[in-house]
Design a protein around this ligand. Sequence first.
Ligand code: M6R
Length: 364
Amino acid sequence: EKGNYRHFMLKEIFEQPTVVAQTLRSYLRPLEQQVALPQIDFDISGVDRVTIVACGTSYYAGMVAKYWFEQFARVPVDIDFASEFRYRQPVLPEGGLALFISQSGETADTLAALRHCKAEGQTIAVVVNVPTSSMAREADLLLPTHAGPEIGVASTKAFTCQLAVLAALAAHFAVKKGRLSPAEEAEIVAHLLEAPACLNAALAHDEEIAAMAHLIAPARDVLYLGRGPDFPLALEGALKLKEISYIHAEGYAAGEMKHGPIALIDEAVPVIVLAPSGPLFEKTVSNMQEVRARGGKIVLISDAEGLEEAGEGCLATIEMPSVHPLIAPLVYAVPVQLLAYHVAVAKGTDVDQPRNLAKSVTVE
Ligand code: M6R
């Protein structure tokens, strides 16, 4: 069922506009310009602290959500890898909400963390793609993603659908906390509804990204830089590249480069910079210039405005549509997925079944 696609991963990348729209449909009321969770018998307004637990790509979706929950709802968020959370004797707040994010709903560490939180009296919310999974069954508040079955080991469409749900949840939370006016809520809904078209616009760069894969394929190390909600995207980009192309890659918060990793930079290390124009753009660009001054080769992913300002002298650029910062993490996921995909194809690896990995990690 790969259709005309060479791999499931590519098919799933291209399904994103459709499945994100599908997911948003069950969280937004476009006519009323409101957010609406599928299950509303839980009063989220009493929650004063959120604990997010997940693994891998789902963890990075949780990292993005932390920015959103704190920015919109002004509620503090703790986030941890499930495998760390379980063993660090976390202090859980009374009446707290524990949020688990998982494509499969079966990841052993995440499931064990969920059971621990349940035993500790937390309310359990789950963002999950498999509706029949253990996590879905054990949740108090089930927030399904409607990505459809994800076959490729590298998670793609599940991630953007998780982000769509988490953005809606953050907005709902903010409304219930009295932090968003109806006009602000309407604005958020409008921006989220722009996501599918913007994902399509990002996908239109597929061939161009395929053509630049040979620039990255010979590298031994690759760095990804981002700031704010796009910092987790840098981590996600690095994870995607590692897992399917076997190139060592690291994601860094752009401002953290000069505290060590900049020592790695030379002509042989491509640096992928995720920098949508917006409040953090100038800061990220100045970190990019520091890299360039050390001979680093930059691939800048930005919009027309950003590329106009900082695109010159880069090894390559990828132009994204101009988007509201809220949906930038969804849209910028596409070029990092495509870049990893095409580099892996160029290297001839088994894209859908990379070595040493399983789709669902059910061992601890
Ligand atoms: O099913 P889950 O979302 O709980 O899986 C978590 C990770 O195992 C998963 O995201 C993994 O990191 C992917 N292979 C990343 O592409």
